[in-house]
Ligand binder design. Structure first.
Ligand code: IPE
Ligand code: IPE
Ligand code: MG
Length: 236
């Protein structure tokens, strides 16, 4: 990690992409005797702040896991609350227009109005420097299947890793250097299964709505202590 003075941390090119599994909103609410949807509301605030914090310390690409292909099995009221929060976020991001937003996942089952605004946002922020991938109705397995089906449609009968990479929802981003999961869960839950091949993993006990700059810097510090070898030997 590079830092100009004790107060200003800056990462270097070793950490160009960080991904978050934003977990623990429900537990955060439960601890306070509040409905789960209130946890998601505070989780949405932590998300916005964390994206800003990442860009502030020089991380160019941020990916967040906001809604999985498996999360449809939750109560409808909770799903509706999450969709409403996304609607709100899309309008806000459209107004600021300062981050390139890309939705990764299958938009097709989403409400028509939201789907259209997501596409508007993607188009209007296309030329911004920093990128935010929002995984919404995202599943790692579904993403790989989708890539394979696109390749079949193109008439390919033999494919390479590069072909798959170029057909993933994340094709515009490098693989994540660091995956952070909150709420002390040590699993990927169908997140970035292809892209995580050599990602460093970091788990914190903090629940997502409590994730702040201090927590982010702890994760980043941990990353800079890792010895990434990519199958080779140290110090190559
Ligand atoms: C993560 O928080 C947000 C989503 C999965 C949408 P959870 O809602 O999974 O919170 P817990 O795991 O129940 O605490
Ligand atoms: C993963 O969290 C999905 C998101 C953060 C959007 P879950 O809470 O759905 O994962 P599991 O069910 O604990 O594996
Ligand atoms: Mg959870």
């Amino acid at each position: 990690m590079l830092f100009k003075n004790k107060k200003e941390f800056k990462v270097d090119s070793q950490l160009s992409h960080i991904a978050f599994i934003m977990d623990g909103n429900g537990r955060w609410a439960k601890k306070r005797g509040l409905p789960r949807k209130v946890g998601h509301k505070y989780g949405a605030e932590a998300f916005e702040q964390t994206v800003r914090n990442c860009h502030k310390i020089g991380i160019k690409t941020v990916t967040v896991y906001a809604f999985s292909t498996e999360n449809w099995s939750r109560p409808q009221e909770e799903i509706d609350a999450i969709i409403d929060l996304m609607r709100k976020y899309v309008e806000e991001a459209y107004k600021y227009n300062d981050i390139r937003v890309i939705f990764i996942g299958d938009k097709s089952p989403l409400p028509e109005d939201l789907k259209n605004r997501m596409i508007d946002l993607e188009n209007s922020t296309r030329n911004c420097i920093n990128t935010l991938n929002i995984a919404f109705n995202y599943g790692g397995r579904a993403e790989i299947v989708n890539a394979c089906n696109e390749l079949i449609k193109e008439g390919k009968n033999s494919i390479t890793e590069k072909d798959i990479n170029n057909h993933l929802y994340t094709k515009a981003s490098p693989d994540p250097d660091l995956i952070v999961r909150t709420a002390n869960e040590f699993r990927l839950s169908n997140f970035l299964l292809w892209q995580c091949a050599y990602s460093e993993l970091y788990v914190t006990k903090a629940l997502w709505p409590d994730f702040d700059m201090k927590e982010l810097l702890k994760a980043v510090e941990s990353f800079y202590k890792r010895n990434r070898k990519f199958g080779g030997l140290s110090n190559q």
